[in-house]
Design a protein around this ligand. Structure first.
Ligand SMILES: Nc1ncnc2c1ncn2[C@@H]1O[C@H](COP(=O)(O)OP(=O)(O)OP(=O)(O)O)[C@@H](O)[C@H]1O
Ligand SMILES: [Mg+2]
Length: 169
């Protein structure tokens, strides 16, 4: 993971990270876990197999939560409680959800304040859950490397250094 971090006009911060392997993607997840606080919302987007679940696995490792983070076929939302007294990881797969109305039905606002909530396929669906969020877009390249575009929205992220130049290659 390498590359640049920049502050754009307005309230968002952007960064771009290269993840050459699935291990690097998990390492990025662990780096994000180190920044994460209860109430955080992470919205993941990117095509099939881009590495959204892999990133979430690293996040779960870094947070020290119970249970393995997988891509469940029939479950839309899974709660992984912390084993270390920190926030739970709420892992949502919005692939089968029709839109923002349907995400309301799974009551994420109940767990959001005390958890770290990650929504795969959340772009265009989950933004309404919070004005403050980390939008993470994964780009998959033919050589199996990934570029991860991070965009932090809202005051919570002001002054936070997103993973970037100091990261791993
Ligand atoms: N650089 C990389 N970063 C992430 N994953 C990689 C990389 N190179 C190879 N992979 C592999 O690609 C696959 C990514 O699968 P993953 O389930 O994380 O994607 P996803 O975006 O969650 O897919 P889905 O859209 O089905 O939810 C894994 O098998 C992983 O090992
Ligand atoms: Mg997935």
């Amino acid at each position: 993971m390498t590359d640049a971090t920049a502050t754009t006009p307005g309230a968002s911060t952007v960064a771009e990270v290269t993840a050459a392997t699935d291990d690097a993607m998990r390492a990025l997840g662990r780096d994000l876990a180190a920044l994460a606080r209860p109430g955080d919302l992470l919205i993941l987007s990117g095509p099939l197999g881009a590495g959204k679940t892999t990133l979430t696995q690293g996040l779960g490792e870094g947070l020290g939560v119970r249970g393995s983070v997988t891509s469940p076929t029939f479950v839309i939302s899974r709660i992984h409680p912390s084993l270390v007294g920190g926030p739970a990881l709420v892992h949502v797969d919005a692939y089968r959800l029709g839109g923002p109305e349907e995400i309301d039905d799974i009551d994420l606002d109940m767990t959001l304040p005390d958890s770290v909530t990650v929504v795969e396929w959340g772009e265009g669906v989950a933004e309404g859950l919070s004005d403050e969020r980390l939008e993470i877009r994964l780009e998959r390249h033919p050589d199996d490397t990934r570029t991860v575009h991070l965009r932090a929205v809202g005051a919570r992220w002001t002054g936070i250094d997103l993973p970037g130049p100091a990261g791993r290659g």
